[in-house]
Write a protein that binds this ligand. Structure first.
Ligand SMILES: Nc1nc2c(c(=O)[nH]1)N[C@H]1C(S)=C(S)[C@@H](COP(=O)(O)OP(=O)(O)OC[C@H]3O[C@@H](n4cnc5c(=O)[nH]c(N)nc54)[C@H](O)[C@@H]3O)O[C@H]1N2
Ligand SMILES: Nc1nc2c(c(=O)[nH]1)N[C@H]1C(S)=C(S)[C@@H](COP(=O)(O)OP(=O)(O)OC[C@H]3O[C@@H](n4cnc5c(=O)[nH]c(N)nc54)[C@H](O)[C@@H]3O)O[C@H]1N2
Ligand code: SF4
Ligand SMILES: [Mo]
Length: 890
């Protein structure tokens, strides 16, 4: 195609920050592929990134501003937001308002939101979903390094001889970085140790899996420090010249975790395995320790971070090739948010409230006397305040707290109670239903700005699609409100480049080297250079010719005395221990192909296919003890809320522990949200909630009937004990189940097709077997609806009906006649649950290939292409291969 345009941009999902090339055809449709020139991914994309082109449709989008649910003009909406915020501030003070923002925002959006709240409204009540994500790493970095610095770069994982992955399911959550690690391992034999209470896809491929008792990481790393002291691995010169606090940290560590045996007891591990890990760590200079939410999302997250950093400080393994601690960021712009100061306890540009000079310095730069002087409310406290009336006006931008916050039921109540709630989002969400004013934001592909990934690499995100309807970029929305609040002069930007220049200038302002975050070299960047900006590491101070790669490698730290600080930490007990009433530990986290609350990935059939229903993983022994079989529906209850999900019995789960994905919102399931169960208990230093550990009880639901509705319509069923839905080609499939007698289930389910005129609906009820089938064609003569209801365990196969839904052609007479039987006129082989979502390869096909003689990943790849694109499914295929090998050996 001659007139196709290609735009280089960045993936809007995880913190790996892959480069993407979007190709827009003459007819406006876009396809995406990896950018071979981008340093993070060199052209590769994972399953989610590869499917980006399928998320660009306008289904579910918010396209016009709304006040109280009714469409309105931008002027009316912006005037109302500005006047309600101004009035609230005038009447109740600046601390009566708040912003809750997100790492999905671009740096420029984030910068103006932070400037408005902290500089001009004069409160620090702006916090971000990064509080749920990176806050403990930020706090740990500040305690040890004096500043929120990630010292390493991705290359370090390739140059290391030992990589320790702590609380990180890297294979699924940072897939391209993980693929880089595996490629390097194939060449240099890198050892990989995984520290995770679950046997994850990542753990399935490592050299040593320490499947520790949840929450005991401090003991593990304290034990490591104690072990290092007795080995030759301590870099005494480095410790003496560049650090402080060594003795205190060591003596507490030795008291806390003196021997591998004691560590093994605390962590419920095998002491020989603990020793093996310690020996490897001691003997391997080139060691990188990667950590993520198993560390951060904890009531002791900051201490976990410092326990890890202590071991790297003690060995001098920081900021040098192939070595260092590495906190991997979650969201595409978690790092950018930290740069602008989007957290309530940061000010701006890596300046914090702990420096008494900082507010005046920022005030001089912003030309305002009104800069906030004290930290604001952190996320959990912010919603608490919105619920009890202290916060009277709240603006939520780019995040879905009704789903993702802990104690989400209470957060919903707070959103309801709060006098004035503004939501800026690209789609309708569980949160947007509480909005007094709903503002349509521009989405990925429509907006322009920058993001920073886990290794401090700044990449341009660029628009390649027109903005549909009335949508506007977040920076524009914020500056328009600021103008209307009387701050026109300070928010007069022509474009994102102008905001970026100011952000860069602030990072360099009165910065004598005290803050490493300095991108002053970009303060005068011209619009055209900004538009074409190639990925660049920070720092990039004035006069620099290239961004710095590694930091802190010279042993100088941005602390008052220039030394890195050991922090003496001790293993604490669980913040919320299990008891007789709530005897199981619930852990929550991510799936391979879903992104957060599923607002985008949930609409892509091939991303729904690997895990189409919300399922709670439970050890088979626990399941059996509770009388639960694989696939049963269960009720899960914590002291905060309840939910329902199917059980997936999994030997990868420790006894006494369960795992529920965090993704299912009320738009995708009746009641399967992890947030409703999670506890609002927070880390004392970072304010980050404990999202990985809440006591629950699980009981089997006496399900009597099951149903499945296949339809082209996007609906939200009500009145069912349980339902969930998945996007499929041509529409949606709704799984239904209930505890009522099947006859009643039929009546309930039948309401879902009430919209179909009775004379077009073919229905069949078999009273003896309590089964029901209904089907209807749409105006185009295609299958429009199919509904099957049967007693539990008796639902017929649906592959054929799904294939009809996927078809764009009108039904053939043969198909039409077969409709009510629910069975294909000609048998359709089922591919089974999809494992490889790039090439739509299902378990049945893989099983057939394996029994047909395919013995390795490569052979499977040749036969079916499975696993040959993004690689995300390779661990699952490897597990299948191993299982067949074990069977053969029996
Ligand atoms: N596919 C996918 N990828 C994503 C995302 C997504 O939604 N989907 N989201 C992105 C975001 S924002 C983030 S923050 C990252 C998160 O990336 P990860 O942190 O890798 O993901 P999680 O699944 O939240 O949690 C990681 C692991 O922590 C383990 N864990 C639980 N408790 C403990 C403990 O006490 N100690 C240890 N050592 N481990 C524990 C869990 O069992 C889990 O396997 O992923 C990013 N990438
Ligand atoms: N139980 C439990 N809870 C968790 C976690 C967990 O592991 N367990 N993980 C936590 C973590 S690490 C994170 S990061 C959070 C994530 O939780 P959320 O931030 O709530 O998750 P998202 O679904 O990514 O929400 C982003 C919203 O922003 C919208 N959006 C996307 N792009 C834009 C844009 O450009 N502008 C605007 N205005 N809106 C946009 C999307 O439509 C979506 O509604 O969840 C946290 N909650
Ligand atoms: S690893 Fe996947 S989700 Fe993360 S940035 Fe790259 S393509 Fe996007
Ligand atoms: Mo996150």
């Amino acid at each position: 195609m001659t007139d196709a345009r290609e735009v280089r941009t960045a993936c809007p999902y995880c913190g790996v920050g892959c480069g993407v090339q979007a190709r827009v055809a003459a007819d406006g449709t876009a396809t995406v592929r990896g950018d071979p020139g981008h340093p993070a991914n060199a052209g590769k994309l994972c399953s989610k990134g590869s499917a980006l082109g399928e998320t660009l449709g306008l289904d579910g989008r918010v396209l016009h501003p709304e006040i109280a649910g009714r469409g309105t003009s931008w002027d009316a909406a912006l005037d109302l937001v500005a006047s309600r915020f101004s009035e609230t501030i005038a009447r109740h003070g600046a601390d009566a308002v708040a912003f809750y923002v997100s790492g999905q925002l671009l740096t420029e959006d984030y910068y103006v939101a932070n400037k408005l709240m902290k500089g001009f409204i004069g409160s620090a009540n702006i916090d971000t979903n990064s509080r749920l994500c990176m806050a403990s790493s930020v706090a740990g970095h500040k305690r040890a390094f004096g500043e929120d610095i990630v010292p390493g770069v991705y290359e370090d994982l390739e140059q290391a001889d030992l990589v320790v992955l702590v609380g990180s399911n890297t294979a699924w959550c940072h897939p391209i970085l993980y693929q880089r690690l595996l490629a390097a391992r194939a060449e240099r034999g890198t050892r990989i140790v995984v520290v995770d209470p679950r046997r994850t896809a990542t753990a399935g491929e490592c050299d040593l899996h320490l499947q520790l008792r949840p929450g005991t990481d401090v003991a593990l790393f304290n034990g490591l420090l104690a072990h290092l002291v007795g080995s030759s691995a301590i870099d005494r010169d480095y410790v003496a010249a560049h650090t402080s606090g060594f003795e205190a940290a060591v003596s507490l560590a030795c008291a806390d975790a003196p021997t591998p045996r004691r560590v093994a007891e605390t962590c419920d591990l095998d002491s020989a395995e603990v020793s093996r890990f310690y020996d490897w760590f001691a003997a391997t200079a080139r060691t990188v320790t990667v950590y993520s939410q198993g560390v951060n999302q904890s009531a002791h997250g900051t201490d976990k971070v410092n326990a890890i950093l202590n071991c790297h400080l003690a060995t001098g393994r920081i900021g040098r090739p192939g070595m260092g601690p590495f906190s991997v960021t979650g969201q595409p712009n978690a790092m950018g948010g930290r740069e602008v100061g989007g957290l309530a306890n940061q000010l701006a540009a890596h300046m914090g409230f702990d420096d008494p000079q900082a507010p005046d310095r920022v005030g001089r730069f912003w030309r305002t006397a009104g800069v906030a002087r004290k930290p604001g409310l952190k996320a959990v406290d912010m919603f608490e305040a919105a619920g009890d009336g202290r916060i009277k006006a709240l603006w939520v931008m780019g995040t879905n707290p009704a789903v993702s916050m802990p104690d989400a039921g209470k957060v919903r109540a707070a959103l309801k109670a709060c006098e004035f709630v503004v939501v800026s989002d690209v789609t309708r969400t569980d949160t947007s239903q509480f909005a007094d004013v709903l503002l349509p934001a521009a989405a990925w592909g429509e907006k322009d700005g920058t993001v920073t990934n886990s290794e401090r690499l700044i990449t341009r995100q660029k628009s390649f699609l027109p903005m549909p309807g009335d949508v506007r970029p977040d920076w524009w929305i914020v500056t328009e409100v600021a103008r209307r609040m009387g701050f026109a002069e300070a928010f007069d930007y022509a474009n994102p480049a102008a905001i970026f220049r100011e952000h860069a200038a602030l990072s360099a302002f009165e910065n004598d080297g005290a803050r490493l975050f300095d991108i002053g070299g970009l303060a005068d960047i011209e619009d055209s250079t900004y538009d074409a900006l190639a990925p660049l590491h920070w720092p990039f101070p004035r006069g620099a010719s290239a961004g710095s790669q590694r930091l802190l490698g010279d042993g100088r730290f941005p602390t008052v005395d220039g030394r890195g600080r050991f922090v003496a930490v001790r293993q604490e007990g669980a913040a919320l221990p299990v008891d007789a009433a709530f005897p199981l530990v619930l852990n929550t986290g991510r799936l391979r192909d879903q992104w957060h609350t599923m607002t985008r990935t949930g609409r892509v059939p091939r991303l729904m296919a690997n895990a189409p229903e919300p399922a709670v993983e439970l050890n088979p022994v626990d399941a059996a003890a509770l009388g639960i079989a694989d696939g049963d529906l269960v009720r899960i209850e914590s002291r905060y809320g309840g939910g329902r999900a199917k059980v997936a019995a999994s030997a990868g789960q420790r006894r006494g522990e369960a795992f529920l994905p965090m993704h299912w919102s009320g738009r995708f399931a009746a009641n399967a949200a992890a947030g409703a169960l999670s506890a609002p208990v927070t880390d004392p230093f970072s304010g980050q909630p404990e999202l990985k550990h809440v006591p629950v009880r699980i009981a089997r639901e006496p399900v009597a009937w099951a149903g499945v509705l296949m339809t082209r319509r996007d609906i939200r069923p009500t009145g069912f004990v349980h339902w969930s839905r998945a996007a499929v080609a041509g529409g949606w499939v709704y799984e239904l189940s209930g505890t009522e007698p099947p006859e009643q289930g039929i009546l309930l389910a039948r309401r879902l097709v009430d919209v179909v005129p009775a004379d077009q609906l073919l229905e069949y009820t078999d009273r003896r077997s309590s089964t029901f089938r209904a089907a209807a064609t749409d105006a185009a003569g295609r299958l429009g609806e199919a509904l099957l209801v049967a007693p539990q365990g008796h639902l017929p196969e649906r592959d054929w009906l799904l294939s009809l839904l996927a078809s764009a052609e009108p039904l053939s007479p043969l198909d039409r006649r077969a409709l009510l039987s629910g069975r294909a006129p000609v048998p359709v082989p089922s591919v089974g649950r999809i494992v490889c979502s790039c090439f739509n390869v299902g378990v049945n096909q893989l099983a057939a290939a394996i029994s047909g003689g395919s013995k390795s990943l490569d052979e499977i790849g040749t036969a079916l292409k499975a696993g040959t694109n993004c690689g995300s499914c390779r661990s699952e295929i490897r597990t299948m291969l191993e299982a067949s090998r074990l069977l053969a050996a029996e």
